[in-house]
Design a protein around this ligand. Structure first.
Ligand code: FAD
Length: 399
């Protein structure tokens, strides 16, 4: 995006979100987004008019603070919006999520005033696209294993390395890149965040990586070959990057949980409707005990996700730090939606396996939620570690 365009968009003021934002979003989903969901998946892209509409309604800046042109929503109302958007095609939610979440979070947490003023306004308007680049071909779940290097040079750093699976990496106007400065023995020490723009001569977008789901939301490989980044584009302090990146992912995991909840609720609604009509062996499906059990389990598990997610979000909005709770809620939600999608397909029978019923699209889309932003196994490890540490400190307090 050209500098003049960015300067213009930064001055646009977003309208305040309506009081009943979740209700407004629900109507947008029913009247505009759901009718477009299949075409968007088939075309592999969100058309400009829908993107523009979401931007005009302020959906790209819901979590960006008001003083930078966003709505500065707390987590509870924001996750309510995510939940509604996730009932349609998850690519719509992903489109706005990068600017509200991992694409802007480091700037909101630790950016300088100059960095925030330069990027957050355009992101809030949907005029600039943000991305977050941590994962590398050699390091994903093991984030501290990254090998992208940042070597001091003049008034800045030279970046060398490769990232992959980066959502919106091919179209981003600014990428928050996680790279390592120095050779500290502690793997997270030295990790630093850098803002990189596509006009950087050492930066190149590699292949776009076709995925099983989220077909209208693209992931790309990014290459850095002596990409010079000025010191003013370091986010936070040198060596602070690992902490900021983990904070970014902690909130991101709650958004993933809201994605799981919305998609799961939509799948359950569709399954209930189908089971209420389809007849086999002289009965409606909903009258067969085994089908009722599947429906009841899905309803019960989704209720647990809803309660856990919004209870945690409310505590964070009240000022509690977000610790291992986000890993636990994301783990629960992503595993629940996997089971809900599987049951939805089972109850729909052969129809569920067809493209026209759209169950398979949700099934494909939600599968990645058990992998991205922390695979389930890695989240279990971190929850167990955090619980053990907390038990140790409780024991020490008692002694
Ligand atoms: C659609 C999509 C979008 C993405 N968007 C982004 C993005 O915008 N930015 C970004 O930086 N990354 C992004 N990613 C990357 C994503 O976060 C990683 O794929 C994820 O962290 C897992 O890393 P990996 O794929 O390298 O798997 P690996 O680290 O190779 O792990 C593979 C599997 O091994 C198992 N495993 C690994 N470690 C352990 C352990 N300690 N104990 C037990 N089992 C273990 C798990 O089952 C895991 O799934 C995206 C990925 C996808 C698919």
């Amino acid at each position: 995006m050209r500098a003049a365009q960015l300067a213009r968009s930064a001055t646009l003021a977003l309208r305040r979100p309506p009081d009943d934002l979740a209700g407004v979003t629900r109507r947008l989903v029913q009247e505009v987004l759901t009718p477009a969901a299949v075409a968007v998946d088939e075309a592999g892209t969100v058309p400009d008019d829908l993107r523009r509409r979401l931007a005009d309604l302020g959906y790209f800046g819901l979590r960006i603070p008001e003083r930078y042109g966003g709505s500065g929503l707390d987590l509870v109302p924001y996750l309510g919006v995510v939940r509604e958007l996730a009932r349609t095609n998850l690519a719509f939610q992903e489109l706005t999520e990068e600017n509200n979440g991992i694409g802007s979070a480091a700037l909101v947490i630790a950016g300088s005033e100059e960095q925030r003023a330069r990027w957050l306004g355009p992101m809030a308007c949907g005029e600039a696209v943000g991305a977050f680049a941590l994962t590398e071909p050699g390091a994903g779940a093991d984030a501290a294993g990254i090998t992208t290097r940042a070597t001091p040079s003049g008034d800045g750093f030279l970046l060398n390395g490769t990232k992959h699976f980066i959502t919106h990496g091919a179209l981003a106007d600014v990428v928050t890149v996680v790279a390592r400065v120095g050779d500290a023995a502690d793997r997270s020490a030295g990790v630093t965040l850098f803002l990189v723009t596509p006009d950087n001569p050492g930066f190149a977008v590699g292949r776009v990586q076709a995925m099983m789901g989220y077909r209208a939301s693209h992931q790309a490989e990014l290459r850095f070959d002596d990409a010079y980044v000025d010191r003013r584009d370091v986010v936070g302090q040198v060596g602070e990057g690992f902490t900021i990146a983990m904070q970014t992912l902690d909130t991101g995991r709650l958004t993933v949980a809201a994605d799981c909840l919305g998609a799961g609720e939509e799948l359950l609604d569709r399954t209930l409707a189908y089971a209420g009509e389809r007849r086999t062996f002289g009965k409606r499906l909903v009258e067969h005990g085994q089908v009722r059990e599947m429906l009841a389990r899905s309803a019960m598990e989704l209720l647990a996700v809803e309660r856990a997610l919004f209870a945690l979000a409310a505590r964070v909005d009240a000022g509690e730090p977000l610790r291992s709770g986000s890993a636990a809620v994301k783990l629960l939600a992503s595993e629940v939606v996997g089971r809900v999608a599987d049951r939805a397909m089972q109850v729909h029978g052969g129809l569920g396996y067809t493209v026209e019923a759209e169950i398979e699209r949700f099934y494909r889309d939600v599968r990645v939620l058990r992998i991205a932003e922390g695979p389930s196994e890695v989240l279990r490890n971190s929850i167990a570690r955090a619980e053990a540490a907390s038990a140790r400190s409780r024991r020490e307090t008692l002694l």
